[in-house]
Design a binder for this molecule. Structure first.
Ligand SMILES: Nc1ncnc2c1ncn2[C@@H]1O[C@H](COP(=O)(O)OP(=O)(O)OP(=O)(O)O)[C@@H](O)[C@H]1O
Length: 255
């Protein structure tokens, strides 16, 4: 099974250490979430996995192949994803299909399938500027999936959304993950979001960024096997995990 591996990765900017010796493994089917206070290096680590930042020490690889640049095996979705506003939702997704070499005759049909997967069937003809923030983010996800990546790298993809839309998008993300069995590496500031989505949560602390705790969590697997999110969140085990995770994030912070 191909694994995305960050092995003892250190990242420096202008000689300053931002991340020191962090190791993270993401197998296909894993949903790994990075959490931690501002400046602990979450985005830097995601950028190393994306091939956008080169570590000064340690290595990044997929199935043993070094990561040196962005590649078709990884799709990246950022908070304010750059869609083409003058194109329709379908054309945005079809653009990614074109880059992958899908023949013109198949692109519209395949794009519609992907839009259906993110529950945007019927919105294919709408231009990006006509869509709400949540709908745009779903187009971004459909476009990322169009590349048929092995790994999805998500940097606060739901951060700009209102609370209700954000909650709905969490189930959309889980549905996509369950259906495609990609490996996900995601950054979030949402504690509850991390618990709902992750199979593993990596807690980082700043100064310089390092791993302080790893939680193996099973809530998203429960969703994948049919349990409703509401029932999962009502479980006392969920509240207990939220308390533990919050403590781990703020441990060591000056009062
Ligand atoms: N391009 C850059 N040049 C210089 N310093 C940078 C650069 N990118 C990040 N840093 C620094 O590296 C450290 C880690 O930043 P990073 O964005 O990875 O953290 P983060 O955990 O994602 O933060 P946040 O939660 O605030 O988004 C910070 O101290 C930041 O100021």
């Amino acid at each position: 099974m191909p694994q995305l591996v960050l092995d003892n990765v250190s990242v420096h900017y202008e000689g300053q250490a931002a991340v020191e010796r962090v190791s993270i493994n993401v197998a296909k089917g894993d949903f790994v979430v990075l959490v931690g206070r501002s400046g602990c290096g979450k985005t830097s680590l995601l950028n190393v996995a994306a091939g956008l930042v080169e570590p000064v020490r340690g290595s990044a690889s997929i199935a043993g192949r070094p990561i040196t640049a962005p590649g078709p095996d990884r799709a990246v979705v950022f908070q304010n994803d750059a869609l083409f506003p003058w194109l329709t939702a379908r054309e945005n997704v079809a653009f990614a299909l074109r880059l992958r070499g899908v023949p013109p005759g198949e692109r519209a049909r395949r794009a519609d399938e992907l839009l259906k997967l993110v529950k945007l069937d019927g919105a294919g003809d709408k231009r990006i500027w006509e869509l709400s923030g949540g709908m745009r983010q779903r187009v971004g996800l459909a476009r990322a999936l169009a590349a048929e990546p092995e790994f999805l790298l998500l940097d606060e993809p739901l951060g700009a959304l209102d609370a209700l839309t954000r909650e709905r998008m969490q189930t959309t993300l889980l549905d996509l993950w369950t259906a495609s069995q990609v490996g996900v590496l995601m950054v979030t500031h949402g504690i509850e979001e991390a618990l709902v989505l992750a199979t593993r949560i990596v807690v980082l602390a700043p100064g310089p960024g390092r791993v302080v705790r790893i939680f193996e969590t099973g809530f998203s697997r429960r969703y994948a096997t049919g349990e409703a999110i509401r029932s999962i969140k009502a479980d006392p085990a969920f509240a207990a995990a939220r308390g533990e995770l919050t403590d781990a994030i703020f441990e060591g912070e000056a009062a």
